[in-house]
Design a protein around this ligand. Sequence first.
Ligand SMILES: [Zn+2]
Length: 100
Amino acid sequence: MVAVTRSVADLAWFRRELEREREFRLEQLIHLSYEVSDPARADVRTKLTVGARHALAEIDAALFRISKGKFGTCELCGRPISVQVLAACPATRLCLSCER
Ligand SMILES: [Zn+2]
C-alpha cells in the first residue's frame, strides 16, 4: 500500500481553505434564513439552502479526514487523490478514476 503523506504545510493550507469555505457557507445560510419570505423566491431559497448545507457537510467531512490523517485518500479505492484535484476542491472524497 502506498503511504499518503502530505506535508504539514500542505495540510495547514487545505485546512485554512476549508475553514474559509466553511465560514462562507455559514454566512450564506444565515443570510438565507433571514431573507424576507418572498413566495416567488421560495424555490430558489430552498435550493440554495440545500446546496449550502450539503457543501457544509462535505467541508466538515474533509476537516474530519484531516484530523484523522485520512485527508487526500480516496474513500473508495484508498489511493491518493491528486494534489491538483484537492487544490481545486479540498472537500473532494474521491480520486478521478472513482469519480467517473
Ligand atoms: Zn479512488
